[in-house]
Structures are given as structure tokens and as C-alpha cells.
Ligand binder design. Structure first.
Ligand code: CAO
Length: 644
């Protein structure tokens, strides 16, 4: 079933073009007209489309290859049975819109700017309108961006002036001759006739003819007033024979890339400019030997636009401007310079990608399809910092749906209350911890009957002594946690930044979640292992008050090894606290309750304290966590264990 058909390079306008991108892979099913490869000549880039739908059986060209009309491009298995050898459709060049027809009122200062010849395409999409009424625009500024199946192009302004009216909007369809804007131009409204591309340099043409060979200096011609323009490519070398109009160097401004063409045929004798240099009108480009007449110093022809200007427009067209290299060129051009083929631009538009944000991996930084794809992949996976979600710049890969937009007022009366300052700060941290730490929560109970008896006893003594200090169950838990941290040091660690090691802490600072009117804060009690129950109680009262009065300093909330969140004073049977990174575990404490416990012979009423231990499963194994929880339970069940 050798049903494959050869696909040949169609007329590409130039003798030879370079393959700059393969748009398909072998084995890929493509639609008719889908781009197979992108090629670039010295003047334009263009896609070569598939002549029929089918499967790519082989690709006979590679990036960097120079190809010409008639070369074998690929072979394809046509979809279905159809298909005698069909010619590959003519590719459409990326940049064509270099002339704008002007039907002008003779002495009026307002001119109509119409869509110029756009290569016969009809009903072309207006994908962007680059100007507004009242805008003062320069000559050649992009007015609208058009997109066909194969090309994106700007319609540039034929003259400088003020936009009086904009006659098209995004989404409109236009064809040659459609009115784009009306433009108030200073002085005469007569459009400057377009300079013929092949118009020789003034000096050259006016110079008397010589029969002998002569050396001329080629300078940068009028490039629309731009100065210090980047030379991004030098297209010829000393010794090269060039034809008149052959590109010598490529210049790039914010708005356009343009070739400076040779004013005459000849041989390059000296290059006077190199890639990376800056050039302005009059800058020396090269010296060349030309046959016959030549001026001593010849500005190159006007920089060449990408595709040949057509001269059959209803009114004299302005001079062919350098063609903006990207759709957003013109007044609204961003600082970045973009090089991409039409198919890549289309892909970018489909995904809403701003190409100035994409770095190109192709030749001379050209943006390839893969660049857009990887940009989209990255952007989709990158956690976003939004008020509702909280993961900022980072390398994490998280794909979440945007929260649904709901108009709650449709269902009843509502009031919008701003988050507190603390909520705004802690929310993003909690969210990061929740989504980046694999949590497991281990539940346990501690029999604190004896501990409570002891606590009450001590509180009674303290009350008699009028110390003003009251012991709550929490301080015993702090002591028990410090003890458990010593027994299971992995709980007293943090993951290193690389995630490949643990930072083992030798101190025992415990964070205590405190509920305040402004939100949750976590002050840290230091060296819990070295402090007694009364000292800790005093400190706990102090930091709780400070927290509720909003007087905690940043330093008071730093350096914790482990956090305790006690809701025991409120109620609840269990909950799943969120690990407070960089800690690797957190203990949630719920309300103690008297429960019947089997002592081997009878059910006995015992005061049981629910414990919820959440931990970072990257660091802590479940078995260790269970042991840690049991250790806590044992110590709280009989405080003497802490002495062991
Ligand atoms: N079981 C039963 N009673 C408990 C208890 C428990 N686990 N823990 C505390 N109590 C009792 C106390 O003994 C005290 O009772 P008495 O006054 O009769 O002695 C009462 O509850 C109130 O205690 P407290 O909450 O004021 O004191 P504390 O030391 O236990 O806690 C603090 C201090 C600051 C941790 C606490 O006030 C607090 O803010 N807790 C909320 C923490 C929080 O919001 N966590 C959620 C984080 S995740 O969103």
C-alpha cells in the first residue's frame, strides 16, 4: 500500500529559501493547508502548506536546508483514497502589507487610508486595531493587524498624522480597498507616491556613466528617521558578488526588521559594519566595486519591504515602508522584538500568548512552535499568585481551575468584607503549605486524668500563693512535645532548600497557634525543653496577650521547630491542622472528654485528650508518626515518663 505522494516545494518567490522550522512530524496526520514547514528568504518568512490532508510519511528537508521550487519536501499518505499529485498551494508570505492605498481629497487635509493589495485575500480578519481616534501617529505606524490562514500583517499608515476616524474594529473582515481610517495630515494631503523598489540611489542615478569599474561606498539610506538602529545581521562578505537590491545588512528597530539592499550590482570590497553595530541614515555599510557608472557614496536603496509592492492601487501609494515584523508593531509595540512565522503567530494567538514574553530558540532568536508550546505548558503549570490563591513565583507544577465567579447578590443580600491584614498574609502561606506538603494526619488519644489532677492541684497551690499564673493543659503538651522531639529528631527537622537533605535542629522552640480578632498568629516559645511548667505558663499568657493586642514582632513568630494548635478550650473531637512550613509537623489538640476505658476488668471513667498529628510525609514515615503520637500519649498519660 505505497499510497504515499510526494509533496514538492511550490513557487516560493525566491530562488532559494531556508527551512527555519518543521511544523509537522513524521507520522502526524495533517489537514489540507496545514503548514508543513516554515521557510524564510532574505525578505520574508512563509509557511508551505500541505496540498491535501493526510499522514506525513517522510520529511525530506531539515531545519537549515536551502530549498527551491520543485524540491522534494515531503511524502504523504493522503487521507482517504483521493489524490492525484496535487501541486502544493502557493505559500503566502508573512509580510505583505507594505502599501496602503490612499484616496485623498485634493486639498483636504483628511485622507482615507484603505487596505492595500493583500495578495488577493478577501474577507481577511482584523485581529487588532492599533490606533484610536485622536492618536497622533507616525508614518508607517501599524494601523490594524490582519490575519489570513497563512500570514499576519500590519497595514501601516502611509503618512504621519492624526487619526480622525477608525472605520474598522477587531473581528471585522476586510479586503483590498476597505476603508481603515481617515487621517488628518499636515499640509497637503497628497500621498507621497511610493518609491519604486528598484529606484536607484539618487547619487548613483545622477552620476555620469563610466565604462570602467569603480568603487562606491554604500551608506544606510533613509530609514524613516530612526537612528542608532541595531544591525542584527550582515548578509554579505568581502568578495561576494551581489545584484542590485540584494540585501546587504539587516536592521531592526522596535517596529520593523528591514534589509538594506545594494544600490547596484557589484562585488563587495570592504565591509564597514558588523552585527551588533548601530546604524543611522548615512552610516557606511560597505564598499563595493560596481561596473560602469557609480557615485562615490551611494546610499542604499530604501530598505526593502518583505514582499514586492504592487503598483496597481487606485491612488498613488506611499513609499513602501519597512514591514513591521510582528502584528503588534507600531504605536503599541512592546519593548521586546519578536521573530516568528505566521503559523507560530497563529498558534500564539489561539492560546493568547504574548509573543514578546516568549524566548525563541530558533535561528537568531526566532520563536518556534515548540517555544510557544513550552511557554503555554509552563504558564499553565506555574502556580499563580492571586488574592484567592497564593502560590507565587516558583517552580511548582500545579494546575487548578480558576475559582468560579458567582454573583451572590442574585441569591440574597450580601456585603463585601475585606480580609484582615493577618488573613492576607497567612492565607497565602497556609495555601502554599496545603498544596505543596503531602499531609497525613495521625489521630491519637492521651489519658490525661492524672495530668489534670496534678494541674488542678498546682493551680490551687498557685492561687493560694497569688502568683497570678494559671496552668492550662497546653503547657504540659508543650513539654510532652519537646520530649517527643528529642525521642524522634526527624520531627525536629526541616527540608533543605534543595529538598535533598534535612536540617536537623538541636533546639526546641515551639510555635503556638493563637486565635486573635485579626486572625491566626503563631508566636514561638523558645527552649521549651529547658523551662518549667510555671515559666511556660507565664510565657504563654504573655505571648497570647501580646498576640491578641497585636503587639507581636516578627522575631516573636520566627524559629519554630514544631507547632501546637489547641482548640481544646473551644471544643471538637479532632481536626486536621496544616503543617506550618518549614516545620515538618503540627499537633492539633481538641477538647478532652471523660470516656469509659477498659482497665482489664472494668470500664473506668478516664479523661481523654484527642490529638491530631499532621506531618509532612516527604520527611516523616507513617510508622514514625504513629510512634511519635504514642510517645506523646504515654508522656501525657504519666508525666514521670519525661524524667526517664
Ligand atoms: N480540653 C479541655 N479543656 C481545655 C483544653 C482541652 N484540650 N485546653 C484548654 N482547655 C481549657 C482550659 O483549661 C481553660 O479552662 P479553665 O479556664 O477552666 O482552666 C479553657 O479551656 C481555656 O483555655 P485557653 O484556650 O484560654 O488556654 P490554652 O492555654 O489552652 O490555650 C491559646 C491558649 C492561646 C492556645 C488559645 O487561647 C487559643 O488561641 N487557641 C486557639 C488556637 C487556634 O485557633 N488554633 C487553630 C489553628 S488552625 O486554624
Amino acid at each position: 500500500m505505497s499510497d504515499t505522494k510526494d509533496v514538492f516545494v511550490p513557487d516560493v518567490g525566491d530562488d532559494e529559501v531556508e527551512v527555519i522550522e518543521l511544523c509537522v512530524e513524521v507520522g502526524e496526520e495533517v489537514e489540507e493547508e496545514a503548514s508543513l514547514v516554515t521557510v524564510e528568504s532574505d525578505k520574508a518568512s512563509m509557511d508551505i502548506p500541505a496540498p491535501f490532508a493526510g499522514k506525513v510519511a517522510s520529511l525530506n528537508v531539515a531545519v537549515g536546508d536551502k530549498i527551491k521550487q520543485g524540491d522534494l519536501l515531503a511524502s504523504m499518505e493522503p487521507a482517504g483514497a483521493s489524490g492525484d499529485a496535487e501541486p502544493t498551494p502557493e505559500p503566502e508570505v508573512e509580510e505583505k502589507a507594505e502599501e496602503t492605498s490612499v484616496s485623498s481629497a485634493s486639498s483636504s487635509s483628511v485622507i482615507d487610508v484603505k487596505v492595500p493589495d493583500i495578495g488577493g485575500d478577501e474577507n481577511v480578519d482584523v485581529i487588532d486595531v492599533l490606533v484610536s481616534v485622536g492618536d497622533e501617529i507616525e508614518e508607517e505606524a501599524g494601523l490594524i493587524t490582519l490575519e489570513t490562514d497563512k500570514a499576519t500583517m500590519d497595514v501601516p499608515s502611509p503618512q504621519a498624522g492624526k487619526v480622525v476616524s477608525v472605520e474598522v474594529k477587531e473581528g471585522d473582515k476586510v479586503s483590498e480597498g476597505s476603508l481603515v481610517i481617515t487621517l488628518e495630515v499636515g499640509g497637503s494631503a497628497q500621498a507621497e507616491p511610493a518609491k519604486s523598489e528598484s529606484e536607484p540611489a539618487k547619487e548613483a542615478s545622477s552620476a555620469p556613466a563610466h565604462s570602467s569599474e569603480k568603487e562606491i561606498e554604500v551608506t544606510v539610506p533613509d530609514i524613516g528617521g530612526d537612528t542608532d538602529v541595531d544591525v542584527i545581521d550582515v548578509l554579505v562578505n568581502v568578495g561576494d558578488k551581489v545584484e542590485a537590491e540584494d540585501g546587504l545588512i539587516t536592521l531592526e528597530t522596535d517596529k520593523a526588521t528591514m534589509d538594506v539592499p545594494s544600490p547596484e550590482a557589484g562585488t563587495i570590497t570592504e565591509m564597514l559594519i558588523k552585527q551588533g553595530d548601530k546604524a543611522s541614515q548615512g552610516t557606511l555599510v560597505c564598499k563595493m566595486k560596481v561596473a560602469g557608472a557609480a557615485a562615490q557614496s551611494a546610499p542604499a536603496s530604501e530598505p526593502k519591504a518583505a514582499a514586492p509592492a504592487k503598483a496597481d492601487t487606485p491612488a498613488p501609494a506611499p513609499k513602501a515602508p519597512p514591514v513591521p515584523h510582528h502584528p503588534s508593531a507600531g504605536e503599541r509595540t512592546k519593548s521586546g522584538k519578536v521573530h516568528a512565522s505566521p503559523s507560530v503567530r497563529r498558534l500564539a494567538r489561539e492560546f493568547g500568548v504574548d509573543l514578546t514574553q516568549v524566548s525563541g530558540s530558533g535561528n537568531k532568536g526566532r520563536i518556534l512552535k515548540e517555544d510557544v508550546q513550552s511557554y503555554v505548558k509552563y504558564e499553565l503549570s506555574r502556580p499563580k499568585m492571586t488574592p484567592g490563591s497564593s502560590v507565587g513565583e516558583g517552580s511548582g507544577g500545579l494546575q487548578v481551575l480558576a475559582p468560579p465567579k458567582v454573583d451572590f447578590s442574585k441569591f440574597g443580600e450580601v456585603e463585601e468584607v475585606p480580609l484582615t491584614r493577618i488573613q492576607k498574609i497567612s492565607g497565602p502561606n497556609l495555601h502554599r503549605n496545603w498544596v505543596t506538603i503531602p499531609h497525613v494526619t495521625q489521630f491519637e488519644e492521651a489519658d490525661i486524668t492524672d495530668m489534670e489532677a496534678f494541674r488542678k492541684e498546682q493551680n490551687a497551690i498557685a492561687a493560694k500563693r497569688n502568683t497570678g499564673v494559671k496552668i492550662t493543659p497546653l503547657v504540659f503538651m508543650m513539654k510532652a512535645v519537646a520530649d517527643a522531639l528529642k525521642a524522634y529528631p526527624v520531627f525536629n527537622s526541616s527540608l533543605s532548600e534543595s529538598g535533598e537533605s534535612l536540617i536537623q535542629k538541636k533546639y526546641y522552640h515551639i510555635g503556638i497557634a493563637v486565635d486573635t480578632p485579626g486572625g491566626l498568629v503563631v508566636p514561638v516559645v523558645r527552649d521549651v525543653d529547658q523551662k518549667g511548667i510555671f515559666a511556660l505558663s507565664e510565657e504563654l499568657m504573655e505571648i497570647s496577650k501580646k498576640a491578641r493586642d497585636g503587639k507581636l514582632k516578627a522575631a516573636d513568630m520566627q524559629g519554630s521547630c514544631f507547632t501546637i494548635s489547641s482548640l481544646g478550650g473551644i471544643g471538637g473531637t479532632a481536626f486536621t491542622p496544616i503543617v506550618n512550613a518549614p516545620d515538618v509537623a503540627i499537633l492539633g489538640v481538641s477538647k478532652s472528654e471523660i470516656k469509659p476505658k477498659w482497665n482489664g476488668q472494668d470500664f473506668e471513667p478516664r479523661l481523654m485528650l484527642p490529638l491530631s498529628l499532621s506531618y509532612d510525609h516527604r520527611v516523616i514515615d507513617g510508622a514514625v508518626a504513629a510512634r511519635f503520637a504514642v510517645h506523646l500519649s504515654t508522656v501525657l498519660g504519666d508525666l514521670r515518663h519525661m524524667l526517664l
